[in-house]
Design a protein around this ligand. Structure first.
Ligand SMILES: [Zn+2]
Length: 371
């Protein structure tokens, strides 16, 4: 891993969506990237301003291999992905043409969540559960109904939160940790005010990703994909969730790029198995570029303990749905939520940026040598 100075980290990490966007656009300009800007037509920023997903494209337009890097699928997790993309733009100023790879950087694919500091979209949709095939009924997740009131307490008081957490622990003892992690994380399509809600149709961000792929990945045969996230894994360390078929050629390719010990890690879910996720952005890319082979992963950086992350998700829910919560508490709670997903600690930021720079270079070299 490349050591990252305080100066580099602070020039890449931003304090707000607006600042992150500004730095990304400046870095894209410095790198001579082609820009494509998508304005969210259904929602506005906290200050009433416009929200955009910004796309920077480098490399030969006819290259058959591509590297696609996405930030901000889950709003407050976007600060790390944004920092990583900015660092890559600066590195690519001279490198991309020589590599014969199309590099497509998608900044803030969920700009509402990024700007408002919420994991979900303007419709409380977990974008990373929204890329299902909407021509069929969404996958059912019946046990979620029992867990819903325990995950999303209706009132923000220590008593209500403790009661909900006790109920959740009792459910986990009865059904097992594997079931708990799977039911709560796989995605649900029945509770619009719930956790990991996949929506009732395609979100603006989902439609936008399809347009981005149509415009910028036309004719591409091979796509290396990184979707940056935070919140799972050991603090400051990367945690890989490769969604290629385990043991298949895509999986083996990912192991070749990033190391088998990274891709095949068993950590991240407190000892439970990986949830049976539905509607991932990875699936969206596969669907929107059917002629291309896609190899890639969600790559998380750990931030805090699972208990603290569960609490952060409760804050996210409460800020959106609890009308009785005094407005005077909002700013402090939102800051707590942000610090849980994108810690302010300079040491953490330097660690994750160092890993991210190395991981992106491995993917870029992997995409360049993929035949
Ligand atoms: Zn995430």
């Amino acid at each position: 891993m490349q050591p990252v100075s305080i100066a580099l980290a602070s020039s890449c990490f931003s304090p707000s969506y607006a600042s992150a966007r500004g730095r990304f656009l400046l870095a894209a300009d410095r790198a001579g990237a082609r820009l494509d800007i998508f304005t969210n037509t259904v929602a506005r920023g906290p200050d009433g301003g416009t929200l955009t997903t910004d796309v920077a494209v480098l490399g030969p337009p006819d290259a058959q291999n591509a590297l696609v890097i996405v930030s901000g699928t889950h709003g407050p997790e976007g600060f790390v992905g944004s920092a990583a993309q900015i660092a890559l733009l600066d590195a690519l100023a001279t490198q991309a043409q020589a590599l014969d790879v199309r590099v497509v950087l998608v900044h803030a694919i969920n700009p509402w969540g990024f700007a408002h500091i919420s994991r979900t979209t303007e419709n409380n949709v977990d974008l990373n559960r929204n890329f299902i095939d909407w021509r069929s009924p969404p996958p059912a997740n019946p046990p979620y109904a029992d867990l819903h009131p325990l995950l999303c307490p209706s009132e923000w008081s220590p008593q209500a939160i403790e009661a909900a957490n006790a109920g959740r622990d009792a459910w986990t003892v009865k059904h097992g940790l594997d079931a708990y992690v799977n039911v709560t994380s796989r995605g649900q399509y029945s509770h619009p005010d719930g956790l990991h809600y996949g929506g009732i149709g395609r979100e603006w961000s989902n439609l936008t990703l399809e347009t981005i792929i149509e415009r910028h990945l036309d004719g591409v045969k091979r796509i290396a994909l990184i979707d940056w996230h935070t919140g799972l894994g050991e603090p400051g360390e990367p945690f890989f969730l490769c969604f290629n078929e385990r043991g298949g050629p895509g999986w083996e390719r990912a192991c070749g790029w990033w190391g088998r010990e990274s891709v095949e890690t068993k950590g991240g879910f407190e000892g439970a198995g990986r949830p049976s996720y539905s509607g991932l952005l990875f699936h969206g890319v596969q669907q929107f570029a059917p002629a291309a082979e896609v190899t890639g992963a969600v790559i998380e950086f750990g931030t805090r303990s699972r208990a603290e992350m569960r609490y952060a998700l409760q804050i996210d829910h409460c800020l959106r749905f609890d009308a009785t919560l005094p407005k005077s508490q909002h700013a402090a709670m939102r800051e707590q939520l942000l610090d849980a997903f994108s810690p302010f600690s300079p040491g953490w930021q330097r660690s994750v940026l160092g890993h991210a720079i190395a991981i992106q270079q491995q993917a870029l070299q992997g995409a360049a040598g993929w035949r």
